[in-house]
Design a protein around this ligand. Structure first.
Ligand SMILES: [Zn+2]
Ligand SMILES: [Zn+2]
Length: 177
C-alpha cells in the first residue's frame, strides 16, 4: 500500500492518519481476522515517523502438536522513514536496513506493507500452543495425544539398559528435575 506524504512534508510537525480494516494479505502470514491498521505518520524534520497499532489474528502451528492455532496479535509500531537520498542514511555495501530499523522512501511515497509485515512477524509467539494443556505428539509413535492415548506407555520397547535414562527423561518432562 502506497501512502503519499507530500502534504505533511511541507512543514515540520504535520501529520496524517492511516486507519483501515481490511482482510488484505501479508506475505508469509495466514490471517484469520481482518488486519486493523491505525497509524500516524508525522513529519519530524528530515524523517517521517510512523507510529501506532496493528491488530489481527494469524494461524500458526502449535509447537507441541503442530495443529492449527490462532494467535491474536496486537502490535505497537514505531518506525522511521528517510528519503532514499537522505544524507543521514548510513552508506555502505552491505548495510542491513532491517537491522538498523530504518526504512526509506522515494518520490514522497511511503510503502507501508513492509513495515506491517516486519512488525507482525516480529511479534509472532516463539512457542505457540493450541491450548495451554496441549499434550503434544507421542515421541515414539507420533500419535496426537490430544486425540487419543497411544499404547507406547503400556508396552515400552526400550532396551532395559536405557531404563535409567528414560526415567530421567520422564522426570525432566514432568518438571521434577
Ligand atoms: Zn497443540
Ligand atoms: Zn505413542
Amino acid at each position: 500500500m502506497k501512502i503519499n506524504v507530500s502534504e505533511i512534508k511541507r512543514s515540520h510537525g504535520l501529520s496524517q492518519r492511516l486507519r483501515l480494516e481490511d482482510w488484505g494479505s501479508v506475505a508469509e502470514l495466514e490471517l484469520t481476522a481482518p488486519l486493523v491498521v491505525d497509524l500516524k505518520l508525522t513529519n519530524v524534520g528530515s524523517r517521517i515517523l510512523v507510529e501506532g497499532n496493528l491488530q489481527t489474528r494469524v494461524r500458526v502451528a502449535c509447537s507441541r502438536c503442530a495443529g492449527d492455532c490462532d494467535e491474536w496479535l496486537d502490535v505497537r509500531v514505531d518506525e522511521q522513514f528517510l528519503p532514499q537520498d537522505s544524507p543521514e542514511l548510513p552508506r555502505g555495501e552491505d548495510l542491513d536496513f532491517e537491522q538498523l530499523s530504518l526504512f526509506t522512501y522515494e518520490n514522497d511515497v511511503i510503502e507501508i506493507d513492509e513495515v506491517i509485515r516486519q512488525n507482525l512477524v516480529a511479534s509472532l509467539p516463539c512457542r505457540p500452543l493450541c491450548a495451554e494443556a496441549c499434550k503434544g505428539l507421542c515421541a515414539r509413535c507420533g500419535a496426537n495425544l490430544n486425540e487419543k492415548a497411544c499404547e507406547c506407555e503400556a508396552e515400552p520397547r526400550l532396551d532395559p539398559r536405557w531404563g535409567p535414562l528414560a526415567e530421567l527423561q520422564d522426570r525432566a518432562q514432568s518438571g521434577t528435575v
